[in-house]
Design a protein around this ligand. Structure first.
Ligand SMILES: NC(=O)C1=CN([C@@H]2O[C@H](COP(=O)(O)OP(=O)(O)OC[C@H]3O[C@@H](n4cnc5c(N)ncnc54)[C@H](O)[C@@H]3O)[C@@H](O)[C@H]2O)[C@@H](O)CC1
Ligand SMILES: [K+]
Length: 548
């Protein structure tokens, strides 16, 4: 399992290892610096051929002989990692220029840049090999042309927006657009917890982080600035789980691969069609049926035993002309829906795609919420499977707008529901949380708690949270970058996949995680030119690839 850590969690893990006498901060810094150099050489093997004897960095005549590195060090431990990198490259025969931000000691004349003790120790070791020049815009501009630039100005310790001369330095570095810029831990200026640029952030070609990725590598703008992301093991794994278990909220996990238990759950056992659940997708009026049909097709492809579209009388002809395996039923209003839901074989509902926003739609949403509310004896909670409880309810698109408009409808949400807002819908539903300056993770957690059900906030950084704080992130970024997913109807397909999995008996959190992964996987499998109709059609091949 991959965790996405906050800066505080990372520090706590490091402190736990140090407190147990397993390692020193200095040793961790050496491992971190070594990991950066190893990742650089793996990324750009041509640089590994530099070799040769360590040159005298004070001797300008040696500069043209080998590879040149420019190392930019901040005053904290991120800078300390930079000094370690400088030493290793120097020992490997590189000419290394070190520019250091002097922190509080700036202008003091002593020329000592680092404030953190371990970083300062590494700075002094470097000083036995070469000089440290003050980091300023002019020095940075003079140093253009190095084979490699190491950004070790800020890592997880960045605590506020970058201002003043440092902001100018980072802006200058960003403008230089160096082709081989490696960020130590994080591109400087990127917030570790939120993935937001706290100033102008230099875009790295490679970011090397330690132990586990941080939230900022996956959230918001983070991936844009990190380039390739390498996560280096620095020996902290044995301390990680205990620290995270002791935390006030569960750590966020990354869904980069579908976990084995969910792959197994995707397999179909023996049985007749209703053994695998019956999904009911509620559609809107004539001419509005496309979104519901996309959702229904996805629910069927993901393995629901039966899928029915329920639509008003005026949309029957349109839907009938377009459906074969998917069944069709006329449902004029809330009373008709009540009658349909007497059928206990219906195990999941999808309500929202193309549904409409009129009084009929609101009444049907109210009915669906009431009809799926578990009685006290059936209260199963969002983590459990369906057993014989009431149907699960996926609320998407228009249903979310209706919920945002009507407090009574929102108050009727319960643990059988699953909400799938995109950013705009999220802001309509939870305006205070969207504007509170919270991280995406904190906002979705708070929203799930308020709604009392699982909430999946869609995007390249899809965050799924349950009311108890459990949280997973699916990033359609890095190797799973899927820009073609930004296409009309893709969200309807996601709602349909979730509905199909719920109909099959997946617990809501499992359905959300599995669907987010299958959805992106479908886009990756199809590739360029993808439109929403293509997404469900990729599922058979993906299931085969998973060994089902
Ligand atoms: N936590 C760990 O387990 C490890 C951490 N290591 C390194 O240590 C780093 C964290 O070190 P630190 O906590 O010292 O933090 P940083 O080195 O990231 O930054 C801290 C320094 O930046 C200053 N600062 C913060 N925000 C600023 C702003 N907006 N403008 C100007 N100055 C600002 C602080 O006053 C402090 O001097 C990691 O990113 C990583 O590179 C590694 O050495 C290995 C292990
Ligand atoms: K950095």
């Amino acid at each position: 399992m991959t965790y996405l850590l906050t800066a505080a969690q990372m520090t706590a893990i490091e402190q736990a290892a140090i407190a147990q006498g397993a390692v020193t901060g200095s040793a961790l810094m050496l491992r971190a610096g070594r990991a950066v150099v190893d990742a650089v050489m793996a990324q750009w093997p041509e640089l590994a051929a530099a070799g040769g004897q360590p040159p005298d960095p004070r001797d300008i005549s040696t500069r043209k002989m080998g590879r040149r590195a420019l190392v930019l060090c901040g005053a904290g431990n991120n800078g300390g990692d930079g000094y370690v990198v400088a030493q290793i490259l120097h020992a490997a025969g590189w000419h290394v220029d070190v520019l250091a931000w002097a922190g509080r000691g700036a202008g003091a004349g002593a020329g000592i840049g680092a404030e953190a003790p371990d970083a300062r120790a590494q700075e002094l070791l470097w000083r036995a090999m070469g000089p440290v020049q003050p980091l300023d815009v002019a020095a940075l501009q003079r140093s253009a042309g190095a084979d490699l630039c190491v950004d070790a100005v800020f890592g997880t310790g960045l605590s506020r927006p970058v201002a003043g001369e440092l902001a100018a330095i980072l802006a200058c570095l960003a403008e230089m657009a160096l082709p081989r810029l490696v960020a130590v831990d994080l591109p400087s200026g990127l917030s570790a917890d939120r993935g937001l640029a706290l100033g102008q952030v230099p875009r790295a070609a490679l970011t090397v982080t330690f132990d586990s990725p941080k939230l900022g590598h996956y959230l918001a703008e983070g991936p844009e600035y990190c380039g390739c992301l390498v996560v280096a093991d620095i020996g902290l794994a044995p301390y990680r789980d205990a620290v995270l278990r002791a935390g006030p909220v569960p750590a966020v996990t990354l869904v980069d691969a579908l976990p084995p238990d969910l792959i197994r759950a995707c397999a179909k056992g023996q049985g007749h069609k209703y053994t695998h659940g019956h999904a009911l997708v509620l559609a809107g009026g004539s001419g509005q049926g496309g979104a519901a049909r996309l959702a229904a097709r996805a629910a069927l492809r993901v393995g629901a035993g039966a899928v029915t579209i329920a639509c008003p009388p005026d949309a029957i002809a349109e839907n009938a002309a377009q459906l074969d395996a998917i069944m069709l039923r006329e449902v004029a209003d809330a009373a008709a829906l009540r009658a349909v839901l007497q059928d206990k074989r219906i195990t999941a509902l999808c309500l929202g795609p193309g549904f409409g926003l009129d009084a009929r739609a609101a009444a049907m949403l109210g009915l669906a919420l009431a009809a799926t509310r578990p009685g006290p004896a059936q209260e199963s909670g969002p983590e459990s499977g369906p057993e014989s409880g009431p149907a699960r309810l996926v609320l998407d698109a228009d249903a979310l707008t209706l919920l945002a408009r009507d407090k009574a409808l929102f108050a009727a949400l319960h643990g059988q529901c699953l909400l799938t807002p995109h950013d705009g819908e999220f802001a309509r539903l939870f305006p205070d949380l969207a504007e509170a300056g919270l991280s995406r993770v904190a906002a979705v957690r708070a929203a799930a708690q308020r709604a009392g059900c699982i909430l999946l906030r869609k995007g390249p950084d899809t965050v799924i949270a349950d009311p108890l704080g459990g949280c997973t992130l699916h990033g359609a970024v890095y190797a799973r970058r899927a820009p073609w997913l930004a296409t009309a109807g893709a969200g309807d397909v996601l709602a349909g996949i979730i509905t199909g999995l719920l109909a099959r008996g997946f617990a809501p959190s499992q359905a959300a995680v599995t669907a987010a992964w299958l959805h992106a996987e479908s886009a990756l499998h199809f590739g360029p030119g993808l439109i929403a109709e293509d997404l469900p059609e990729q599922l058979p091949a993906i299931f085969r690839k998973l060994g089902l």
